[in-house]
Each structure stands twice: as structure tokens, then as C-alpha cells.
Design a protein around this ligand. Structure first.
Ligand SMILES: [Zn+2]
Length: 226
């Protein structure tokens, strides 16, 4: 099964793809991670560094994204026998078409597209509020889940925290605007192809997770495996 997750940054896609990788052995192709891991090396077509483009909230040219995805897929052993999940790609109709062809070239086709639907006000708080412990990597949020003792990590006692450089208000506004302009048309694109499944992502992580397991029929599969 080849699954695409779409949704505005901060909708919780990353958490769910981590869960699908850990519990259901999906290969996750996360464009955010690929870019963050390679940003020193990569230069976009117009000469700007990829890191600079991500920080500014701009989407990368389609061909850069598709090259990265293609080389990630080729690194995976026996990819044709695996379940694959795309997180953060495609983000435009152009990317959707090329990704579709790429998947076909592996003898597969996209089976499900999960659209994470969530209110933009919640997203704003999730993204602008989030910070990470520098010691153990535990995530916190100013609005939803702060440390029990102010400025001290609950898990490891660390006092240093970091925020992602692209989590500022200016960058977020730009990302949401770009999402509306370029990514929202994908919803119709996949709906027309009868691949789209809506997921109400404003609910708890556990509720969203069980929804996804039902949509992907992972519940039945678990039973069969036992
Ligand atoms: Zn910690």
C-alpha cells in the first residue's frame, strides 16, 4: 500500500507517520526530514540554498523534490514489498503527477490519500507554541503542554530548549498562504480519483490514529497476522 498524507504544517502528520512506521512497518518518505538532513548540501534551481527557502516558508521547485524522493525510494531494500508513506509530498498538482508516475515505475500505485483537516487557529498555536528539550528531544507547547516546572524538562531536567527556525509567525503565515494556494487543489485532484479520505485532525493523537487504522484497514490486518 502506498499512502500520501496531506495537511497543513503542524496538523500532526509527522506524529502519525512515526506511529505507522513503528507499529505497521511503513517506510516513511518525509520530505521535511530529507530537506533538514540535506539542507547544507542542497541548492535550489534559482541558486538559493534549500535551507534558506525552507526558513522563508517557500516551496521548492517540483523537480528538486521529486529527485530527492526518487533517490530516497531507491535506498530502501525490497521497496516493492513494503508499505510506503509520503509525508510532505506532493504539495502541488505538478508534484502529484510526477509522484504518481514515480510510484508506477516501482510497479505500484497510490492506494490512499489521507487529508488531515484542522482549523488554522489550532495550527498556529501548535506551531508557534512548540519547543523541544535540547537534552532528550521531548516536545512541549506553550499553549497545550508546557513543562511541569517552568523552564525545566519533565523527563531529563535539562534547562535548554530549542525552537525550529521556521516556526515564526512571518514564516507560518507564508506557509499557510502557500498551502491554500498550491496544496488545497490536491484535495480535489485526489477526490476526483476516489483516493481521498478526510481525517479530522483537531482531535487527540489517539483518536486520529484509530481513524487512520480503520481507513487503511490495519485493524483487520493486525487480526489476520495474529
Ligand atoms: Zn529533556
Amino acid at each position: 500500500m502506498w499512502v500520501i498524507l496531506i495537511g497543513v504544517p503542524g496538523c500532526g502528520k509527522g506524529t502519525q507517520s512515526g506511529f505507522l512506521a513503528d507499529n505497521h512497518k511503513f517506510v516513511v518518505i518525509s520530505v521535511g526530514d530529507i530537506l533538514r538532513n540535506n539542507k547544507e548540501k542542497l541548492v535550489a534551481g534559482d541558486g538559493r540554498m534549500v535551507g534558506e527557502i525552507i526558513s522563508a516558508g517557500s516551496l521548492l521547485p517540483d523537480e528538486v523534490i521529486v529527485d530527492l524522493v526518487s533517490s530516497e525510494l531507491e535506498k530502501v531494500d525490497r521497496i516493492r514489498e513494503r508499505d510506503v508513506l509520503f509525508d510532505g509530498v506532493p504539495r502541488t498538482i505538478g508534484q502529484a503527477q510526477v509522484i504518481g508516475e514515480l510510484v508506477n515505475s516501482f510497479g505500484a500505485k497510490i492506494s490512499h490519500v489521507l487529508n488531515f483537516e484542522v482549523d488554522h487557529d489550532i495550527i498556529t498555536k501548535r506551531l508557534l507554541g512548540r519547543y523541544e528539550c535540547s537534552g532528550c528531544g521531548r516536545m512541549y507547547n506553550d499553549f497545550f503542554s508546557t513543562t511541569k516546572i517552568d523552564g525545566v524538562c519533565d523527563v531529563c531536567g535539562e534547562k535548554r530548549f530549542c525552537r525550529r527556525s521556521d516556526d515564526n509567525e512571518e514564516s507560518l503565515k507564508k506557509r499557510l498562504a502557500e498551502y491554500n494556494a498550491k496544496t488545497l487543489p490536491l484535495v480535489d485532484f485526489y477526490r476526483e480519483r476516489s483516493l481521498l479520505h478526510g481525517v479530522d485532525a483537531s482531535r487527540s493523537v489517539d483518536d486520529v490514529r484509530s481513524d487512520i487504522e480503520v481507513i487503511l484497514s490495519l485493524v483487520e490486518r493486525n487480526k489476520e497476522e495474529r
